[in-house]
Design a protein around this ligand. Sequence first.
Ligand code: CP
Length: 404
Amino acid sequence: MALLEGRDLTSIFDFSDREIEAVFDLADEMSKHTRGRLGLADGKIMSTLFYEPSTRTRLSFESAMLRLGGEVISVADTTVTSVKKGETIADTVRIIESYADIIVIRNPLEGSARVAADYASIPVINAGDGPHEHPTQTLLDLYTIRREKGKLRDVNVALVGDLRFGRTVHSLAFGLARFGAKVTCVAPRGLEMPAHLLARLDKEFGCRPAQYQSLAEIVTNAEVVKRRPGRQRALASEVLTLFDAVYVTRVQKERFESEEAYRAATGSYAITEEMIRRARPDALVMHPLPRVDELAYGIDRDPRAVYFRQAAYGVPVRMALASALLGLRAVRIGKARKGEYKPKPRREVDFRKFSNVRCSNGHCVTNHETYLAPQFNFVDYAPGAIACAYCEHEMPMPAGVPSE
Ligand code: CP
């Protein structure tokens, strides 16, 4: 038996593979208690601190805490808090830690959850930090695959949509790769998976996703043409015959600089009724939701369209996570597997003498919360590069900084 008590979850890299599976085992147990109220979290308080809109993440965390028997204090709109007066993340969480036992934070700045975790003395859970990560969404996405397919390892998954700004797919690509998945990326031009994430998937996990710009392009590739000799026509409607799961995301309108840029990127992919009619009997259509126009309403009742069940799994998964971090339940850690991922200590660059070097990502928390000292890590898979310790944005090693 081992505990996750007192830990933070700011990144999917904070938990080992076995710790993720242990949370899922606990979620299986919690699934029996998603109605009513367990007495497990009596006297415990969760604070949900949301600087951005949310339906599923905030309400499912709050439902999870209430189902565990705890209480919730919630900020759903920071414009009615002292954030409006300029209070920083560091000060806000140091206040909340006196009022609550665990913090769930969503903030548009990349790396913001790590700041909260660094300053708060109670567990902090990242509910989305800009386009960077959304690790609890990844937990429930992986849990959905495990529940619906009966296995988590070695699945074949297509990630479709806005892979540039979609934080759920950033965390999920690594979650899938860690469990041996074959990953395919389908993104309109300009919304591809960032190059530094692809490099890390390859170098650290041996995962090299095939890249496409449309669903039709996948179906016309050699794989299908080989199966259907002589058939060269684009048949996007056959895309659900190729994967165990197709994970679709909306274009993240809120991250675009202009309405024109957003409009240019939308409407180029959608899962249709025709696709689901031709789908494999065991295919899954997943989506973190909310949807815009990427999923036809006509497919909602098909059992392979699992996105509402996926959202529902958010409650037992978050019950399991909160009870483990609060130390209310021990989790059983399984036997080590060869090559499994375990969190590694950071190899930080000493930047104390180079205070003028800042992260080059304008959306990084260190460029907005200016009390933060920039911190960088060496990048194992890219010699000569450093990555911001908060947002993981990579940049060349500035001149004059000593190497390791
Ligand atoms: N999937 C997800 O994060 O949904 P919300 O934005 O509604 O929380």
